[in-house]
Design a protein around this ligand. Sequence first.
Ligand code: COA
Length: 371
Amino acid sequence: MTAYAHITGWGKAIPERVLTNRDLQRIVDTNDEWIVARTGIRERHIAADYQTTASLAVDASLKALEVASLKPAAVELIIVSTSSPEHLFPATACLVQDRIGAKSAGAFDLLAACSGFIYALNMATQAIRSGSVQNALVIGSETLSRLVNWTDRNTCILFGDGAGAFVLQASETPAGVLSAIMRSDGSGGELLAIPAGGSRYPTSLETINDGLHYIKMNGREVFRFATRVMAQATQEVVEKANLTMKDIQLIVPHQANLRIIETAMRNLEFPMDNCIINLDRYGNTSTASIPIATCEAIQDGRLKPGDRIVFVGFGAGLTWGAAVVEWSGPFPGLHKFRPARYRLYFRFRSFLRRVWRHIEAIIWGRHNPSI
Ligand code: COA
């Protein structure tokens, strides 16, 4: 029996603090008119000190699980797509797993930059379609404001923080993720990169003095690449689903630059009115931009069960990808469940596990002094 991966839950988490273009004028040599004309961005949200990539991911996930009426304990797979993980390891997905009490889930991070959410959606879909898992939590979460050089006007105007999450569940009804493509071209890796902090250039006084832990970007080249692949990937993924552009009601593109999106829609001869745009209020939230924009489309009544939509994105790597989804919504007849109410319980559970590990270490340490 073929299993289809339906998107049955969704949620977003946006930091409260807003940084407008006019605020940026006070930090770097730029102005509101330039930023709006070249990018379409007017403001972005910046994480507070207490917020992290994992905490935003947890907030978005609990909302998504509530929509899907799925208990965290029943989640089988967690994929966090991020370019701003909390650590090199452990994976941010494991932090999320612990904080939402997803005790039956495997958890890993996926790094495909701004295309990451599409890659993660496809990986989760394949895990469901193969019968390996019955459900998955797919999260895009970023705090890129912590990796941006706030004296570099070329990059600091673009990025914002936020998270979005989808719950995917298996069903025999044909719908959900109908097709997906993933592409990459590593020869363009240096066009958008954080050069240091990994094993190639471990952190040193030199890498810090040279500013190699910040985002470096060749904006013009990334722009050229993006305008080329967005329309191409959309056409390809629609064909792969045995559909034509006439069958598509909505496109949710990666929210990087309004000019890139307009060029792509023009090339596809697809009306801008049927394309979700929210980059004016959020900037580029990287891998979180597609799920955040989808949540807003649902909130605004622009996405209904039965609609066919395309997610399409591009990013560092270089990577790009697209997916066609037939929207279904939550499975009917499920008991309402509010996972956010269990936050304290999840914390307590995590605390108890740590204490128990400590006790075990003492017991084992006594019996096995060599360990
Ligand atoms: N404010 C004012 N002027 C700025 C500026 C800023 N924030 N940033 C650059 N400029 C200046 C440049 O110095 C340059 O001046 P010069 O002609 O005197 O040298 C001029 O504006 C034009 O710069 P250019 O880089 O050609 O601008 P652009 O039209 O390509 O726009 C980007 C720059 C970054 C907005 C654009 O290239 C872009 O969006 N690229 C894609 C980036 C992206 O999406 N990255 C994320 C991928 S997921």
